[in-house]
Write a protein that binds this ligand. Structure first.
Ligand SMILES: [Zn+2]
Length: 460
């Protein structure tokens, strides 16, 4: 037997610092290369954001991620999730190369960012169809991650045992282009990231407003639907809703935040014991359309929610339901865009106009002092004179009223969450009654009453 055997035992012995006698005792052979087991630790810093055309970065907060590291010496997988800021710092594990002579290792990093968390589930497929009842079908699809929207990307790298964390900065921009570590890569459906990021952060913020109330948020499936127009939310059963957004509306944060407002309202009413049953259906609607009182309340609340939360997070311009805060759409002829703060309508009634209800909820919580005689209203009237020849100050509010709640506004947790939760009936009147109870004898109530009056509401 002439050939030396540099087998596994020999190697193991070396790495464990034990001496194993070389039974073959071939002294004619000189080891040419020091081979041993090499251990390569792999850790990753991941940062995933949506970048709007006007350069606002919105983190893909709470998204689930699957990281696969592939190499000739083996693969490792890590399942994790991004934090609130769309960031993940993770030690994924080690890859051991047996009998290796190389001090470096080529790896491929495959990352899948799944648009799913405890609040939101994004899909481009109608997950409600099938033999099961709709709600069960939806829950089943979510559980199995069926048709879940996601972004996948790959990186190739070379690591040593001393390589620090690999860093991936993944930016999804508004024009279907992804930038990974500065390199532009084509991607599809950036609107999925926009919707996911805006809805998740809005829900996250909403959830922090009144944590003591234990509102039951079941995951909201969001179906981005290429075959319809508009946007809507369905109450599927007593605990789950479904949002449907057309491609056109998927670029419009004020539209899908309005839909999120419906979800928030339904879930609050359903978290009360016993639940407040509120069934409402609306077809196409706009501010200043005369609606039934239920429809006006549902739509007005949803728009009030979108303008307050969206304004707070910077996804819509404060005091508006505009279409272009993030630069994702140009101001075109989409139906739903209006000034909430300076809302004007020829139909002077609070309870059947969603625009006035939105304006009222916004006014309850804001600090600005609106008066129909103030300069901004006059400017607005002059701007709109050609379009609406009959326009005058009285479209904007009651002439002897004002929403000057300056020192005593209603906190937004109260305006958006608690007053719904404390309502005895699911209506604008129920909302006012809860307000009266909550602030009995306080300045907030007096100021709120003036604001309601200014917006053509009842004397409460
Ligand atoms: Zn609506």
């Amino acid at each position: 037997m002439n050939a030396p055997n540099l087998g596994n035992n020999h190697f193991t012995a070396q790495t464990n610092n034990h001496q194993i006698p070389n039974h073959f005792g071939n002294h004619n052979n000189h080891p040419t290369t020091a081979q041993k087991n090499r251990i390569f630790p792999v850790s990753l810093d991941l940062d995933v954001n949506y970048l709007s055309p006007n350069r606002k970065k919105i983190p893909l907060s709470l998204a689930k991620v699957k990281i696969e590291i592939k190499s000739l010496c083996g693969n490792i997988i890590n399942e994790n999730e991004l934090n609130d800021l769309g960031f993940l710092q993770v030690s994924i594990g080690t890859i051991t190369c047996l009998n290796s002579i190389s001090k470096t290792l080529d790896i491929e990093v495959d990352v899948t960012v799944k648009l799913s968390n405890k609040y939101i589930y994004i899909t481009d497929t109608d997950i409600t169809t099938g033999p099961l009842p709709i709600a069960d079908n939806i829950r089943d699809a979510i559980k199995k991650e069926k048709n879940l929207g996601h972004y996948s990307f790959k990186l190739n790298g070379k690591i040593t045992k001393k390589t620090g964390a690999l860093s991936i900065n993944h930016i999804i921009t508004g024009d279907n282009i992804s930038i990974i570590n500065g390199a532009v890569q084509t991607n599809v459906g950036s609107n999925f990231a926009l919707i996911y990021a805006c809805l998740t952060n809005a829900m996250r913020f909403t959830d922090t407003l009144a944590p003591d109330l234990k509102i039951k948020w079941e995951v909201l499936p969001v179906f981005i639907d290429s075959s319809h127009t508009g946007a809507r939310v369905f109450m599927v059963d007593s605990t789950i809703d479904l949002m449907q957004i057309s491609i056109g509306y998927s670029w419009v944060p004020s539209a899908f935040l309005h839909e999120l407002g419906h979800h928030v309202m339904f879930r609050i009413y359903n978290s009360v014991t016993p639940p407040l049953v509120f069934i409402v259906s609306t077809s196409i609607h706009r501010p200043c359309d005369a609606l039934g009182t239920n429809e006006a309340w549902a739509e007005g609340y949803a728009s009030g929610y979108a303008s307050i939360i969206g304004g707070h997070l910077g996804y819509v311009k404060a005091g508006t339901l505009d279409l272009e805060a993030l630069g994702t759409v140009s101001p075109t002829t989409l139906l739903y865009s209006f000034l909430v703060e300076r809302y004007g309508c020829h139909m002077p009634s609070l309870d059947n106009d969603e625009g006035r209800i939105a304006a009222l909820i916004y006014d309850l919580a804001d600090f600005a002092k609106d008066s129909i005689w103030d300069n901004e209203v006059v400017v607005l009237i002059n701007q709109k004179k050609n379009e609406f020849p009959g326009i005058n100050q009285h479209w904007f509010g009651l002439s002897n009223g004002v929403d000057d709640n300056g020192a005593a506004p209603i906190d937004i947790d109260v305006a958006l969450i608690r007053l719904l939760y404390e309502s005895k009936v699911p209506s604008l009147k129920g909302y006012f009654d809860a307000l009266k109870v909550k602030y009995a004898g306080k300045t907030e109530l007096l100021k709120a009453q003036e604001t309601i009056y200014y917006n053509y509401g009842p004397t409460i």
